[in-house]
Design a protein around this ligand. Sequence first.
Ligand SMILES: Cc1cc2nc3c(=O)[nH]c(=O)nc-3n(C[C@H](O)[C@H](O)[C@H](O)COP(=O)(O)OP(=O)(O)OC[C@H]3O[C@@H](n4cnc5c(N)ncnc54)[C@H](O)[C@@H]3O)c2cc1C
Length: 294
Amino acid sequence: MIEGRAEDICRVERNIQLAPYTTWKIGGVADIACFPETEQELAQLLEIYPGAEIIGAGSNLLIRDSGIRGAVIILSQGLKQIALQENGDIVAEAGISCSRFAGFCSDNNLSGAEFLAGIPGTIGGALVMNAGAFGGEIWNIATAATVIERNGKRKNIDRGQLQIKYRKVDGFGNGVVIAGTFKLEQGVKTGTQEEIKKLIEQRKDKQPLDKCSCGSVFKNPVGSFAAKLIEEVGMKGFAIGDAQVSPKHANFIVNNGSASAEQIEEVMEKVIEKVRQSTGVELEPEVKIIGEKG
Ligand SMILES: Cc1cc2nc3c(=O)[nH]c(=O)nc-3n(C[C@H](O)[C@H](O)[C@H](O)COP(=O)(O)OP(=O)(O)OC[C@H]3O[C@@H](n4cnc5c(N)ncnc54)[C@H](O)[C@@H]3O)c2cc1C
């Protein structure tokens, strides 16, 4: 690894607290955090730090309290190009927020992306997670992704080359998604705007959006809902320190102020254990956990 060169490429912070870069507002210090603005900068960074952790908007990420030794590359501050192609496709870079993407589609009278409006992640993170809501999933509207592999090779991957599952996509290896291509239906601007407003209102009703969280912590088991199971076994409201199973939505664990990653993980473990003991169902985390334990 060649130290020092990253600063010649883009903004770099050393010994930086990662909590502000996650929606849980939790996470220890990273040795090095790089903020590429372009695909070229990202490719150069990967040459120096091929093993770097990738962070989008940190909205599905628990970073442990002792942080990350080595480098992280934070994509939410750059790669923000979005364009409507002549053939009607949209190409969006990884750092575009899902909300901006939904707004761009609506502005261009394209429908089908409204469900993305309330998802607080980046397009890159959404493509990797197969983010979805209200019956929609990003890979229903995405046709391809462009990836930079850890060896620096850039490649296009069509939807057919991927195994697309519930909140999981196999086929990217550990490549970094730099852009997605999307095909949407012709729509009517006012209709898509109304739909976006309606879906955001539904979120406000059901989700604790006034608290820091990572959205749904667990995947829904086949044929059931994680929130329902957690509520039924009496874990709604359960807390360790400031880490609490939301009294509003049992599949959210909220940070009531100064929760640590360790406390969030403890709450997750207790919830998994209680649901297993009471129902036999094994809950699987949807959130990704990275970093060193405290
Ligand atoms: C209030 C709230 C509501 C939410 N509602 C929903 C919802 O309705 N539906 C839903 O699906 N999710 C929801 N989420 C979770 C989250 O927003 C999504 O999973 C989102 O897609 C994550 O994107 P991100 O950019 O934040 O990714 P991050 O959390 O930063 O990263 C998630 C994972 O993807 C990897 N990653 C990120 N970007 C890239 C990239 N460009 N290339 C390669 N790997 C990458 C990271 O390394 C990590 O493993 C919600 C979260 C919150 C806080």
